[in-house]
Structures are given as C-alpha cells and as structure tokens.
Design a protein around this ligand. Structure first.
Ligand code: NAP
Length: 428
C-alpha cells in the first residue's frame, strides 16, 4: 500500500554520524538511508506501545537492510512529560523539530474532558497542517472478532483533520462570548438559540474538502482500490456536510473524469453502464453518515476507501477498529500529501487504566510504524514487520484484549508481544 503521491528520492548529502534529516522538495520526499525520526512517547499507555513499536521497527529494518539502513530516533516532548519538564505541554521546540524532520512517530496524548486545555493531538495536526488522517483497517487472519466474515473488512478511512467542530470555535454557556454570539445570531441572522446554551461553530470549507477528497481518490487510483464513498450528513447540515458532498463530487467529476464513474451514472436505467463498474474505473458513491455505520457492518465488502469530515471520521474509525478486533489493532497516519510531512500514530487513546503495566496491545503502534516505513519507501522492512505481526497473532501469542476473546489463551504483555513479533521475523 502506498500512502504518498509524492516520489521518494535518495538523499545525496553525506549522512551525519547520528543520522541525516529527511527533507522534502516540491512534494518529493528526499529520503535518507539513516534518517533521524522524532518520536513522542505520549501519555498513559503511550510509552509502553511506542517503545515496543520502535523496537519492532528497528528489527524489521535491520532484517531487511542489515547495516545499510537505520532509523535514529529523536525523542521530542509533548503531553505530561513536556509539562513536567517545560511547563508547556506542546513546546514550540517539539513542533519545530517535527517540522524540520518531516516525519514523526507519536503515542497518544491525553485530553481533559468538559474543560481544561484543548487537544494536543488536534493542535499538532492543525499547526503542521497534516490535513489527512489516513486509517487503513484490514482484518488480520486469526484475530478474534465479533464478525462472521471479518475477511471482508479491508477499508481505508480518509478523515479531514483540520476543521469541522474540531476547529475549536466553541464557547461555554453563560460566558460573555456565548452571550454575544447568541445575541448576534438573533439580531442579525434571525436565528434563536437558548440563552443558557454553550455554542460551537462547525466550519467546513470548499478548500479543505477538495484537498482531502483529492487525496482519497488519488490514493484509490494509485492503489487499485474499487470505490470511494463520500460519507456526510448533508440531509440535516445542508451547507456544511451537504457542501462536503457537493465539493467532493466536483473534485471527482472534474479532476478524475477519466478514472471514475459515479453511482448515479452507473445506475441510470438508460445509461451505458447497466449497473456494472467498467474495469479499471473507481466507483464514487455517497452515503449518509448514520446509514454508513450499519452499511459497514452489514455490507462490509461493498466499502473500500471512505472519505469523511472530521467528527464522523473519528466515530467511524473506532467502529472499523472494533470490527477488526479492537482499538489496539488500528494504525493511523496524519499526512500533508503536498509536502510529505506526516505523523504516524495509533488510533487509540491513552487508556490510563492500563498505563505502565506492560499490558496493552502494541499492534496499532507497530502498524503505524509500518505506515511510516512505507512512507519512507522502505517496502521490504514494512512487509517483514506486517507478516511477523500476522504470524504472531496466528500463533495466539496475543495481549489481553485478544486473549480474552479466545478460549484457553494466556495473554502476553506488551514487550513480550514485541519480542514474539521480532522472533517471527527470523523465520520469514
Ligand atoms: P482509549 O484510550 O482509546 O481507550 C478505550 C479502550 O479501548 C480501553 O479501555 C481499552 O478497552 C481499549 N484500548 C485502547 N487502546 C488499547 C490497546 N493498545 N490495547 C488494547 N486495548 C486498547 O479511549 P478513551 O479512554 O476514550 O480515551 C483516553 C484518553 O485518550 C482521553 O484523554 C482521550 O482524549 C485520549 N485520546 C487520544 C488520542 C490520540 O492521542 N490520538 C486518540 C483517542 C483518545 P478495554 O478496557 O475494554 O480493554
């Protein structure tokens, strides 16, 4: 699977003793054989899963390339660790280092609920303009799941990462800002909102919609996927979510005319297609978000690449992860396809109840590392790690989340799972 539409070149500059910087020029990622890659450990279970993932990635790279290639990991701070050291949970230095090195690996960061600081995860994505949250969800054979036909699950979610209700324009009830906004809406826009309301704004722009949809269709074209489904709630939010659907079809019809066929055209009774997608073309369709949840469960094999606004993309990602066996399995990437800048991170959060217990499943973090390797063009190492994970799961050497769904299986801890994955690389 290729994530980037950018090319990858090999760096000419002599590598420094402790690794070279990856750079990017006009959308071309200039790869180094010994790159420095910043990582954020994260809060809660972050340190456990990120240390396991780094170990597995290093072993995969060594197995694939010997001493010719190696990642030099560069720790940068965010979250609790940064707060303790710098009294700032997202230091400018961290953003600067990630920007300079183009790609990074990240553990989950905690966000307080119903108050407190805004999400650091959202801040990182917005500040670095990593507009595409890409989450491939593919069933790993032998994983216990509630589905009857989990092998049908092979989707890639493209979630818009910079706007929607995540834009952070939100005011607490009873504040001066909320009062003024409610008064403005009443006086100028004839819109009544209860006085005791908290109020948020949901911006969805043509610009951001078109670039995420363009990225999703480009991905589908490059990876020979069958369809792209635009998921929205445009029947209710006619101009935000409805706009998302309208602009998405505009991109599909104008920029990918020769490569796609829309479901509407496919189904025209007197049309040329008679309900059958021509070979080599990608079917573009849309679904209402609520309907999409049941469709994914009941008609899994009809869905492939999915493109969604921010909030619904978040919700659907967790459903998809659960269908594949659980949150501990689902990798993710936040990418700017124009610059190649990317942060790779598991879909799950900090699961604080399991922090520092060496207990949780590091597969999501490991597979996020696989996405990082593919982003670098290190396909051989990525394949080795992916196969070793699948082999380990098939041997039922699994962490508690999967073991509890299997009869007679004793769980292994996070680091033992990583050991087993590394051990399994030897036999591939
Ligand atoms: P969560 O941390 O994802 O955990 C929810 C549940 O998912 C866990 O209790 C556990 O279920 C399961 N789980 C998650 N990761 C797992 C793993 N690696 N292995 C096995 N099971 C795993 O979600 P949350 O409790 O709603 O959120 C906690 C914090 O994380 C919040 O502050 C939230 O804002 C933050 N968060 C951060 C990110 C991010 O950094 N990108 C993403 C999501 C949430 P069981 O207990 O049933 O085993």
């Amino acid at each position: 699977m290729t994530l980037m539409n950018t090319q990858v070149k090999t760096q000419k500059e002599a590598p420094r003793e402790n690794g070279s910087r990856i750079t990017s020029s006009n959308g071309t990622l200039i790869r180094a054989d010994k790159p420095m890659v910043p990582y954020i450990e994260g809060d809660g279970i972050g340190p456990d899963v990120i240390s396991a993932a780094r170990r597995v990635i290093d072993a995969g790279v060594e197995r694939a390339y010997g001493s010719r290639r190696k990642i030099t990991w560069l720790e940068v701070l965010a979250g609790e660790k940064a707060r303790q050291k710098h009294r700032d949970s997202l230091p400018e230095e961290t953003l600067k280092t990630i920007k300079e090195h183009i790609v990074a690996l990240k553990g989950p960061l905690e966000t307080p609920i119903a108050g407190g600081q805004r999400s650091l995860n959202v801040a990182l994505r917005q500040r670095l303009d990593l507009y595409a949250c890409v989450r491939p969800v593919k069933y790993i054979p032998s994983t216990p799941t509630r589905l009857k036909h989990p092998e049908e699950l092979d989707i890639v979610i493209f979630r818009e990462n910079t706007e929607d209700v995540y834009a952070g324009i939100e005011f607490k009830e009873g504040t001066e800002e909320a009062r003024r906004l409610i008064a403005f809406l009443k006086e100028n826009l004839k819109s009544e909102v209860r006085q005791d309301s908290a109020v948020g704004i949901k911006p969805i722009s043509e610009y951001a919609t078109k670039r995420i949809v363009r990225a999703a269709i480009n991905y589908a074209v490059r990876n020979n996927r069958k369809s792209v489904t635009i998921v929205h709630k445009g029947n209710i939010m006619k101009y935000t979510e409805g706009g998302f659907m309208r602009w998405a079809y505009e991109v599909a019809n104008r920029e990918f005319k020769d490569k796609i066929v829309t479901e509407a055209d496919l189904m025209k009774p007197d049309g040329q297609y008679k309900g059958v997608t021509p070979p080599g073309k990608i079917l573009v369709k849309d679904r209402l978000a609520d309907s999409m949840f049941q469709q994914l469960l009941l008609r899994t094999n009809e869905y492939d690449v999915l493109v969604l606004p921010n909030l619904n993309g978040d919700y659907l990602s967790d459903l998809a992860a659960a269908m594949a066996g659980g949150l501990g399995l689902a990798p993710g990437a936040n990418i700017n396809f124009e610059t190649g800048a990317a942060i790779f991170e598991p879909t799950h959060g900090t699961a604080p109840a399991y922090a520092n217990q060496d207990k949780v499943n590091p597969t999501s973090a490991i597979l996020s590392g696989v996405l990082l390797l593919r982003h670098l063009g290190w396909k051989e190492a990525a394949d080795i790690v992916e196969k070793a994970v699948a082999r380990t799961v098939s041997q039922r050497r699994v962490t508690y989340d999967l073991a509890r769904q299997l009869e007679g299986v004793q769980p292994v801890g996070t680091s033992k799972f990583a050991d087993a994955v590394i051990e399994n690389m030897q036999v591939i």
